[in-house]
Design a protein around this ligand. Structure first.
Ligand SMILES: NC(=O)c1ccc[n+]([C@@H]2O[C@H](COP(=O)([O-])OP(=O)(O)OC[C@H]3O[C@@H](n4cnc5c(N)ncnc54)[C@H](OP(=O)(O)O)[C@@H]3O)[C@@H](O)[C@H]2O)c1
Length: 351
């Protein structure tokens, strides 16, 4: 009886003190996001960490697993489905009520639905000199089947980019004009390719590379956010975690096949340093950025997590293949879409 009564008491959400940095991580329920949370607390045990997840049970399990490693840490959760505008707006409202500012927002949640490997292209690639490039970027060998979500948007675009952008826009009052700069860190991918993206079909309704398109659009968006918001003390960066074994990769090939391939992948790692393989290694660039002064970073660079053949982690900056004019045009389209999409949610908006 006493145990049941105790279980019914809601878990108190710790509120951050004035000096503690507040860090929000989307997609914190597993993979790179969860590893990142643990690693951030290793860097600074005093941060207030807020895990943004869509599933309450997985979110609580993630919180408990973070607390198991860092019992004194301040860890809270917020429920958000990035693929649903109403959920994003509610989460933003909740965060505005709970926090006075946000120091870091890791925009990490992502999906790659129904991934298919084009084994023919893979085989042809193996026979050509482009094999390493193909194995590290998955260029030309991965396709996905996308669909419309409940808001009438392409699901991959909505989850990977648009939901995150709306979240950021609704949190601007917590992110801009603070004493110290605030930071956005997007988990992009080396699979982000210009050839998969088109301004006239920026949601990628017509193609089969919605993932690549959404990540390229993410890179473009980050570039524009820097142009628009650096003056207000908000800085945006993009990272690639490399190839990481996570729920996402386990949807591409079954777990047992990845396990069989592991010795080959360790060997490939001597040539392909982006084969980070574990979520811990994949979070290297995210953690590195946590320690950098934002003014010293290049807005046109993607920061790649890398692991050497002998297992040493490091970060490699690589110039992005982005055109700033296209980035501006995409941003205008995103703002137009935002205007249309949010019309009916007036009561939930930050005014
Ligand atoms: N794995 C790789 O090799 C690789 C390579 C390049 C880039 N990335 C990027 O790295 C990021 C993390 O991926 P991962 O490898 O760690 O995969 P993962 O283990 O599948 O993690 C994805 C995370 O995103 C969350 N998520 C998915 N849809 C969501 C939604 N609608 N609303 C809220 N949260 C949602 C998932 O939550 P649930 O637990 O509820 O599903 C999970 O926490 C992604 O952006 C991915 O594109 C991964």
């Amino acid at each position: 009886m006493a145990a049941a009564a105790a279980a019914a008491v809601p878990v108190a959400t710790p509120t951050p003190g004035r000096m503690e940095r507040v860090v929000l991580v989307t997609g914190a329920s597993g993979g790179v996001g969860l590893a990142l949370c643990r690693r951030l607390l290793e860097e600074d045990g005093r941060i207030h960490l807020c895990l943004a997840c869509r599933n309450a049970q997985r979110s609580e399990a993630a919180r408990e697993s973070v607390l198991a490693a860092h019992p004194a840490a301040q860890v809270s959760t917020v429920e958000v489905d990035l693929g649903s505008l109403v959920s994003v707006l509610r989460a933003a409202r909740d965060l505005r009520r709970r926090f006075q500012r946000l120091d870091f927002v890791y925009l990490n949640a992502g999906i790659m639905p129904n991934p298919q490997v084009n084994f023919r292209a893979l085989w042809q690639g193996l026979m050509t000199g482009k094999v390493l490039h193909m194995l590290t970027t998955a260029e030309g060998i991965m396709t996905q089947t996308d669909r419309l979500n409940g808001d009438g948007l392409q699901e991959v675009f909505a989850t990977n980019l648009f939901g995150h952008l709306i979240l950021v826009r609704q949190l601007e009052s917590l992110l801009c004009g603070n004493e110290k700069p605030s930071r956005l860190i997007w988990t992009s991918s080396s699979n982000a390719r210009e050839t998969a993206f088109s301004l006239s079909d920026y949601q990628h309704a017509k193609g089969q590379e919605s993932y690549s398109s959404s990540k390229y659009a993410t890179d473009l968006t980050s570039v524009v956010l820097n142009r628009k918001l650096n003056k207000q003390g908000l800085y945006s960066s993009v990272v690639c975690p490399g190839l990481v074994m996570s729920n996402m990769t386990y949807r591409i090939l079954p777990v047992f096949l990845w396990k069989l391939l592991m010795p080959i992948m360790w060997l490939i790692r001597f040539f392909a340093k982006t084969y980070t393989l574990t979520p811990y290694n994949g979070a290297e660039a995210h953690v590195w950025l946590f320690k950098q002064k934002p003014e010293s970073l290049d807005a046109l660079v993607k920061y790649h997590s890398c692991t050497s053949g002998l297992g040493k982690n490091y970060v490699e900056p690589r110039k992005m293949d982005v055109d700033e004019e296209t980035a501006e045009k995409l941003y205008e389209k995103l703002l137009e879409l935002e205007k249309q999409a949010l019309e009916k949610y007036d009561d939930l908006l930050d005014k």
